[in-house]
Design a protein around this ligand. Structure first.
Ligand SMILES: Nc1ncnc2c1ncn2[C@@H]1O[C@H](COP(=O)(O)OP(=O)(O)OP(=O)(O)O)[C@@H](O)[C@H]1O
Ligand SMILES: [Mg+2]
Length: 257
């Protein structure tokens, strides 16, 4: 369970996250949606103890992120927006290194778990190659395997499907569904609204660091009267493209040809 209470982050005078409160229950996938720069990654980094909140706090499975961050981290798996992994290790070495840090001690079962996950994500064959040779999608997949090795009850995934091929995305979806059934709390951000629509039990839409709408898709549909797809709801709440400006740009750029 993730409980965020008035979580706030200021960088100087700029308020990146503004009194954000939300809960991700056990057995729930919660989607954090919002335009670029709206504060999704900053919120996640605070929940993980990577950034100190200016105000407010949060609990991860009952452990406060201020005074019990080590306990909170122990139950959490995280895939960052742009995973930076040690390039001189192979995928296999990296995942096992992370498992060692977590002191995952399940003997043969640990090796089987890791092999299974790598196989599922189609990176078993590449796992003996150095990470520096990996594509963006492969790096993200390895980062996901590493996030799962200690069987976390809470998962924080920052655009985990970005740059992943359709088969990989479908696999990730099934893995997350399985973890949800086992009672995990999953907080994910995505710009792919179809993914949010298919996977999330509830979504929170944030803009300028503030929660502007939250609920199940049905609840959001009610709020954004008449709009039926999440894309329509999202654009209605956060503002759609500026058609006038686009038209003016296209007109101007057309003149040069
Ligand atoms: N270390 C930092 N110092 C100063 N400003 C920062 C810092 N980190 C983030 N910000 C600012 O905070 C705001 C929120 O950034 P954040 O990365 O949380 O957005 P986001 O919702 O994850 O966006 P995206 O969808 O592009 O990933 C942005 O305006 C960003 O410039
Ligand atoms: Mg982000």
């Amino acid at each position: 369970m993730i409980e965020s209470q008035d979580l706030t982050k200021k960088f100087g005078d700029f308020v990146a996250v503004d009194h954000l409160s939300f809960t991700v229950k056990s057995g729930e996938i919660y989607g954090l949606l919002g335009p670029n720069g709206s504060g999704k990654s900053t919120t996640m980094r605070m929940l993980l103890g990577l950034l100190k909140p200016t105000e407010g706090t949060a609990k991860i499975n009952g452990h406060g992120i201020k005074d019990e961050i080590v306990k909170a981290k122990r139950v959490t798996g995280y895939v960052p927006e742009n995973p930076v992994l040690p390039e001189r290790l192979t995928g296999w070495e990296y995942v096992n290194y992370v498992a060692d840090i977590w002191r995952v001690d399940r003997g043969e079962e640990r090796t089987e778990d890791i092999e299974e996950l790598l196989e599922l994500l189609d990176i078993r064959d590449a796992s003996d190659d150095l990470i520096e040779t990996y594509s963006q999608g492969m790096t993200r997949k390895v980062s996901l395997v590493a996030a799962l090795v200690h069987r976390p009850q809470v998962l924080i995934l920052d655009e985990v499907q970005a740059g992943i091929d359709p088969r990989g995305a479908a696999t990730i979806k099934e893995i997350l569904n399985g973890l949800r059934r086992r009672g995990a709390s999953i907080l994910m951000s995505t710009h792919v609204l179809e993914i949010a629509e298919q996977m999330c039990d509830r979504v929170g839409i944030i803009k300028d660091g503030k929660m502007i709408a939250e609920g199940t898709l049905d609840e959001l549909r009610e709020k954004a009267e008449g709009q039926s797809s999440l894309e329509e709801i999202f654009l209605e709440l956060t503002g759609g493209p500026d058609m006038q400006l686009i038209a003016s740009y296209l007109e101007d750029s057309g003149e040069e040809n």
